[in-house]
Design a binder for this molecule. Structure first.
Ligand code: GLU
Length: 466
């Protein structure tokens, strides 16, 4: 049997990291077993579903490169099919029409609460002959006895007694099918073999299993993925910072780094921290997913991102970083090759936003010197060192690293001082105090004109600082 999993988001907002991790686990399971992955948009909640959310989810799936073999399917396009199944259940006596008024249900609920019972429908309309032309809902006739056993792929065996489950509404008074029914019909029709989803659905699973059985359909396996918590132990939410997947793109994370971070959140393979896509697919195993919720740790995510930035293809990084620099108004068309600048700076950056900031001074004069760096390096007397170095640099025929290095060394020799006496002020003069690689490389990349101009600026800064 072909393995087939799915991701079934409700389009009531952006794709958040919890949803992305569920999607990833489901996708990995399919890829690991040579199966197929389906995307299904569960848009039956007409009031809360929006097209913007659908687009945001598709965009995020695309950015993360969680490719699907089928879909996106839309539940709103399948109402006829759901109603067909509801009618079959009615005809088979597995569902019944219910005319209980809201008042009756409210009283029932209040009584049950007062008796410290779990609020549940009492089966009042079971077996009653209800005129189909009268306003009514349709309820699924849940079995009255026995247990439902879920052999959860992550949590192991879960046993729920049918006496705990009441007769669920599967069609509302307005004729629209409800979530639990639609999911069962879809998972069956789409041939889903493993339902991998968030554990917020764990209470729905025994009810859904009963519906599969009532229809005589094979029951898929289920795996409930634990939720993600914020670092304070509460369920991850907006107040913990970014939760939208696309916000991470804007914050300068690489999609493969976010996926790597998410796969490690609650799953491990030995001590290994970094997993490329192929490795994830090779090693992923639902049984090794932690049953307990995991806490989101932004610092760790930044560390993972940094590892990917260090090794990413330079041309690709340049395209990504250029976008951030453009948005910042830093033109990179003139000046050093951005890929070369990135190569010199990337090991210092945790995100592409940081990397773009580290690349800025190669293209644009900084607004002012970093105060601490200037205090240390641009001291009285440093103007002489800078002036000497400037003279050597200015007369260089070629602006190459070794020549630049030799020019600085010559200035050091001529002045009879330690290397730092020239190198420190020169570095601050050229970079403003920003983190930077080897001095000759920095000076080389910044270029002749900007270097000489910035040295002049530092000299006058020293002389005028009063
Ligand atoms: N549409 C549901 C949600 O977004 C998921 C349902 C499922 O995976 O079965 O929470």
């Amino acid at each position: 049997m072909t393995i087939k999993t799915r991701f079934a988001p409700s389009p009531t907002g952006y794709l958040h990291v919890g949803g992305a991790r569920t999607a990833l686990f489901s996708w990995l399971y399919a890829r690991r077993h040579g199966g197929q992955f389906v995307l299904r948009i569960e848009d039956t909640d007409l009031e809360r579903s929006t097209e913007d959310s659908v687009n945001a989810i598709l965009e995020a799936m695309d950015w993360l490169d969680l490719d699907y073999d089928e879909g996106p399917y839309y539940q709103t396009q399948r109402f006829d099919r759901y109603n067909e199944v509801i009618d079959q259940l009615l005809a088979a006596g597995q569902a019944y029409r219910c005319t209980c008024s809201k008042d009756r249900l409210d009283v029932l609920r209040a009584e049950q609460m007062a008796n410290k019972q779990k609020p549940r429908y009492d089966g009042h309309c079971r077996g009653r002959d209800v005129d189909p032309d009268q306003p009514h809902v349709v309820r699924f006739l849940n079995p009255q006895d026995g247990d439902v056993v879920i052999d959860d792929l992550i949590r192991g065996s879960i046993v729920v007694s049918n006496t705990e489950l009441d007769d669920l509404i599967i069609r509302r008074t307005d004729g629209s099918p409800t979530y639990n029914l639609s999911v069962v019909v879809d998972d069956h029709d789409m041939g889903i073999t493993q339902v991998i989803r968030g554990d917020d659905h764990i209470n729905n699973t025994p009810r859904q299993i009963n519906m599969f059985r009532a229809m005589g359909w094979p029951v898929p396996a289920f795996g409930h993925v634990p939720m993600i918590l914020g670092d304070d132990g509460a369920r991850l939410s907006k107040r913990h910072g970014a939760v939208s997947v696309m916000q991470y793109k804007e914050d300068g994370f690489l999609p493969e780094a976010l996926l790597n971070y998410l796969v490690r959140l609650g799953w491990s393979h030995g001590d290994q921290e970094l997993f490329g896509r192929a490795e994830m697919v090779e090693y992923f195993d639902l049984a090794a997913v932690n049953r307990a919720p995991s806490a989101f740790n932004t610092e760790k995510l930044v560390w993972v991102n940094q590892q990917y930035i260090k090794t990413a293809d330079l041309a690709r990084l340049a395209d990504l970083v250029r976008e951030f620099m453009d948005a910042d108004g830093v033109a990179t068309a003139q000046g050093p090759d951005l890929a070369a600048v990135i190569d010199a700076q990337r090991e210092r950056a945790g995100t592409l936003v940081e990397l773009a900031a580290l690349c800025r001074f190669y293209y644009r004069d900084f607004a002012e010197f970093d105060a601490a760096a200037a205090k240390k390096a641009l001291k009285d007397g440093a103007d002489e060192a800078l002036g000497c170095a400037r003279g050597k640099l200015e007369s260089l025929p070629d602006w190459e690293r070794t020549a630049i290095h030799d020019a600085i060394a010559q200035a050091v020799g001529e002045l009879g001082v330690g290397f730092g006496k020239v190198a420190m002020p020169l570095r601050v003069a050229v970079t403003g105090g920003a983190p930077s690689p080897d001095l000759d490389l920095t000076v080389h990349l910044v270029g002749r004109d900007a270097t000489l101009r910035r040295i002049d600026r530092a000299i006058s800064y020293i002389r005028n600082k009063g």
